[in-house]
Ligand binder design. Structure first.
Ligand code: NAD
Length: 495
């Protein structure tokens, strides 16, 4: 029996003795104890995880970066075939373990819905892989040139609590297809399930193609571990998926950053829309994972002419209306303007209610809805907290507007220039065009739920990192490459 087999048996036994939390994990030093920026080293013996440790899970940024550098060097030797194999492994593991991992993520984060957590893991099958990398060739009197897509190296991936494993897995597929390795700094609220997935991916990647530590993760992520990754000379690129705070931090770090930032997607329903379909679509998108999607419908502007009819259609399709009093009670629970909570001039979201179920939200408003209800709604004006803030709750404010001009203007204002996602329900092509031109959102869905913008019911591929702030759009392997030109002068121009 070789030493690696013994190491795996010991890891398995320790893990069982500790109910899944291994001994090394519980005694790990906090990652606040960051050492100076990492050196690049490729000593293969240096970064084997200690016995009983999960593969790829490290206590600090420096060791995680150094191990991922080894993973990167090993991947280079395996060529495109190796990358494609990793993509296949990650996709097939996400599909095979969707039920188990979806449950683990829900139990850890306590937000969202199990059916959608499972569905998101299956959706990873539609993330593009190595086939996306297309070189560009030029031939002429002076020979030939080829522009190719090269990896950056080691990428630090910062992932959100709203889709911890799906974002991590989607990033791995995109980044490894492009030839990179990854160090993840997950949201602390979803760090355990992310570490579990990293360990599982690494074990299978090693079993099938012999690469260790292609993906590493910081066991107990902190703001300090994020700073250490930003400062590390071993990190070649940052990719952050999250809200305004992390985007700002990444963009002021001095490292190149691809930023998949926040949104607050508005929906417009005009007078020529199919109201029953619009109602069903808004429930599909706004209720998805209890409205945790960054692309999810967050507020709806409806033309006065069809407002009452739309509300009837919304109720018929299963959405439950809160009264003005119930909305007021829920709003006071969902937001605070207290100075202590950092509010004051700006309402602050009560994170305890993010991704909560409609039953819980209704009860906080003093209402009762049947178990299994998908979505709540309430009539508000355009300045209401539920309209202006990215609330990530299955409670959608509906706003009555005079005409399409006012609908588009208020939709644009409520999106706050994030240029993330927007939806319209109409058969009027001119209205579609005007809204698309006015909002300039990265994703613009006409006559469908938001998820159609990520290939779920619409055409196209998916990624859980939509680079809105920095403009790369729905990320693909191409996003994580450097373009390089290779020139041969006065030869091989055989055309
Ligand atoms: P979050 O901003 O609280 O956390 C995201 C990540 O950033 C986490 O890993 C967190 O630990 C880290 N982080 C947060 N503040 C930081 C700071 N100041 N310095 C360093 N790191 C920091 O977001 P969340 O609640 O996990 O996720 C929801 C947010 O993410 C929403 O705003 C949503 O729109 C956005 N999001 C965007 C996309 C996209 O593709 N554009 C996808 C998913 C989520």
């Amino acid at each position: 029996m070789d030493s690696r087999a013994i190491e795996e048996i010991v890891a398995d036994v320790l893990s069982k003795m500790n109910g899944g939390n291994n001994a090394a994990a519980s005694t790990a030093k906090p990652s606040a104890a960051i050492k100076p920026p990492a050196r690049r080293t490729t000593n293969p013996a240096a970064h084997k995880p200690p016995q009983g440790k999960r593969m790829g899970v490290y206590p600090d940024a420096e060791s995680a970066v150094e191990a991922a550098r080894e993973g990167f060097d090993a991947l280079r030797k395996k060529g495109y075939e190796g990358r494609a194999k990793v993509v296949e492994i990650v996709k097939s593991m996400c599909a095979a373990k969707a039920n188990e991992w979806g449950k683990v993520e829900l139990e850890e984060t306590g937000i969202g819905r199990l059916d959608h957590k499972i569905e998101k893991l299956h959706a990873l099958g539609n993330v593009p892989g190595v086939e996306w990398l297309k070189p560009y060739g030029m031939s002429g009197d002076h020979g030939i040139s080829m522009e190719e897509n090269s990896p950056f190296g080691v990428i630090a991936a910062i992932t959100p609590v709203t889709h911890s494993v799906p974002t991590l897995a989607g990033n791995i597929i995109n980044m490894v297809a492009a030839g990179n390795s990854i160090v993840a700094n997950a949201h602390p609220g979803g760090a355990k399930c992310a570490a579990m997935a990293v360990d599982s991916f690494n074990r299978e990647i090693e079993r099938q193609i012999g690469i260790r530590n292609l993906v590493t993760i910081i066991e107990s992520p902190t703001l300090e571990s994020f700073d250490a990754l930003c400062a590390s000379s071993g990190i070649d690129l940052l990719c952050v998926t999250g809200g305004p705070g992390v985007v700002k931090a990444a963009m002021s770090s001095g490292k190149r950053a691809i930023c998949a930032g926040p949104g607050n997607p508005p929906v417009v329903v005009d007078s020529c829309a199919d109201l029953d379909k619009a109602a069903r679509d808004i429930i599909t998108g706004g209720a998805y994972d209890n409205n945790l999607l960054c692309i999810g419908e967050k507020q709806v502007f409806i033309l006065d002419k069809v407002f009452d009819k739309f509300l009837a259609a919304f109720q018929k399709a299963g959405a439950h209306q809160l009264s003005a009093k119930q909305l007021e009670a829920l709003t006071s629970e969902a937001f605070t303007t207290s100075k202590d909570a950092g509010g004051c001039s700006h309402p602050v979201l009560n994170r305890d209610l993010v991704g909560a179920s409609p039953e819980i939200l209704a009860s906080r408003g003093g209402a009762r809805v049947p178990a299994g209800s998908q979505l709540l709604f309430a009539e508000t004006d355009a300045s209401h907290e539920f309209v202006q803030e990215e609330q990530m709750m299955p409670m959608i404010p509906v706003v009555r507007v005079r005409d399409i001009e006012q609908a588009i203007q208020l939709a644009k204002q409520s999106e706050h220039g994030y240029r993330h996602s927007a939806m319209i329900h109409t058969t009027h092509v001119g209205h579609m065009t005007r809204m698309g031109q006015a909002l300039e959102s990265t994703i613009f869905v006409k006559n469908g739920p938001c998820v159609a913008g990520l290939g779920l019911g619409g055409e196209g591929y998916i990624s859980f990192s939509i680079a809105t702030t920095t403009g790369e759009g729905i990320t693909t392997p191409q996003t994580f490459t450097r373009r390089r030109r290779c020139v041969l002068v006065d030869a091989l121009n055989v055309g």
